[in-house]
Design a protein around this ligand. Structure first.
Ligand SMILES: Cc1cc2nc3c(=O)[nH]c(=O)nc-3n(C[C@H](O)[C@H](O)[C@H](O)COP(=O)(O)O)c2cc1C
Length: 274
């Protein structure tokens, strides 16, 4: 019974880009597919997610490595990656050990940098190694949602078949397993049944209570200071209420996803899509 309840709750969190993510998914057969998890990670957050996927699917796993690795000092990573973005020169990768032709599905994990996939993963995608492959991107981030990186990946690398995706904020890693499980179930890589999620209701002006939920959720992240709630839609889940706010800061609008659980815990934001 406990297991069933867990499966029902699995993956109400975070942002996933399944094309039919709101529809009920049929129970899946156990994985018969050969799965590889490739990931890039500097501070090991994305590595944790990669290892979880590996454990749940029995996949092979490999870290994407650089010939000249980045520093682990935040400001130095920002400085070097900013220069590389400006110059368009991508970091050189060590050759992968895995033969990608041996796999049916390849998970590709990255931290979000400047709203999109980190440069080492851009280097991998640009190499053409994933062309023609079925890929499930996953990411961790401070606040940004995975959507921009997926839009850019599909636009820049149309030969890659993106099956699904999942992103998790680094401060919400306790909710990562449920978010990942939802994708694994939807892709038939593990057994289970995902809860069918309703569409968000139409956007309307937030009530005082909704504005308070918004302000409480964004107050945990200083970079969101000064962001105001313009409108909101919501949906009820077995866990509580999901909100999709349109927020505004300095004239720029963004979608901010917030969950308020029935448990009474403080509301938290799961992604910001700019
Ligand atoms: C160069 C750089 C740029 C970043 N840009 C963003 C960003 O645009 N949005 C965001 O939410 N987080 C951003 N982050 C935070 C990382 O995405 C986040 O800390 C991630 O979980 C790190 O993953 P890792 O531990 O696997 O390296 C950035 C971090 C770095 C170093």
């Amino acid at each position: 019974m406990k297991k069933l309840v867990f499966m029902m709750l699995a993956g109400l969190f975070m942002m996933s880009c399944a094309s039919k993510q709101n529809n009920e998914q049929p129970a899946a057969e156990p994985a018969a597919k050969k799965v590889l998890v490739l990931y890039y990670s500097i501070t090991n957050t994305t590595k944790q997610m990669a290892e979880y996927i590996q454990q749940k699917t029995g996949a092979d796993i490999e870290a994407i490595e650089l010939v000249n690795p980045y520093s682990t000092v935040y400001n130095e990573i920002i400085q070097r990656s900013s220069q590389e973005r400006e110059s368009g020169v991508l970091p050189e990768l060590k050759p992968l050990k895995a033969n990608l032709d041996n796999y049916d599905v390849i998970f590709v994990g990255y931290p979000l940098w400047f709203g999109t996939y980190a440069l080492p993963v851009k280097a991998l995608l640009s190499s053409g190694a994933l062309n023609g492959k079925q890929v499930i991107p996953f990411c961790t981030s401070g606040s940004s949602g995975i959507k921009q990186s997926i839009d850019e990946m599909k636009q820049a690398f149309p030969a890659i078949q993106v099956l699904d995706c999942v992103g998790v904020r680094s401060s919400l890693m306790d909710k990562m397993p449920a978010a990942v499980d939802r994708v694994l179930i939807a892709q038939g890589l593990i057994e289970g049944q995902n809860e069918a999620l309703a569409e968000y209701s139409a956007q309307q002006a937030p009530t005082a209570e909704e504005t308070e939920i918004f302000n409480t959720a964004i107050s945990t992240y200083p970079m969101m200071n000064g962001t105001t709630a313009v409108s909101v839609g919501s949906r009820t889940t077995s866990l509580g209420t999901d909100y999709k706010f349109v927020g505004e800061a300095n004239g720029a609008k963004m979608d901010i996803y917030i969950t308020k659980e029935n448990s009474g815990a403080a509301p938290y934001f799961t992604a910001v899509d700019r």
